[in-house]
Design a protein around this ligand. Structure first.
Ligand SMILES: [Zn+2]
Length: 111
């Protein structure tokens, strides 16, 4: 006997007896709140802004405060934190350089 909160009717239901009419049927790209496809609402659940510690329900106001304070919103893609791959050493150039130095030394050159 486990209950979960239903986002469809805002009531609690048994998980093993979930009402058919309460299965979410949002199609791809459809807002879960609005029955309009491809409509992205500016409204969101209250989010606390790390700059002023206030709560906002407008995504655009949240973004404006971020930008006005000189910051930018970035994603959480872990690839962004990975160090850039180092260029491979040009082993042929190193070998040539060392051989030149040995040849100059063997010719009696001392700097
Ligand atoms: Zn329900």
């Amino acid at each position: 006997m486990r209950q979960r909160f239903c986002k469809v009717c805002r009531e609690w239901h048994e998980t093993d007896a979930w009402p058919l009419e309460c299965y979410p049927v949002a199609s791809k790209g459809q807002s879960d709140r609005l029955p309009i496809p491809y409509f992205i609402s500016d409204t969101t659940e209250p989010i606390q802004h790390p700059i002023d510690q206030k709560f906002y329900t407008s995504k655009s106001t949240f973004e404006k405060i971020t930008r006005d304070a000189g910051y930018e919103t970035v994603g959480n893609d872990p690839a962004r934190l990975r160090p850039a791959p180092k260029p491979k050493a040009d082993r042929a150039a190193i070998k040539q350089s060392v051989e030149k130095a040995i040849a100059r030394y063997n010719n009696g050159e001392r700097v």
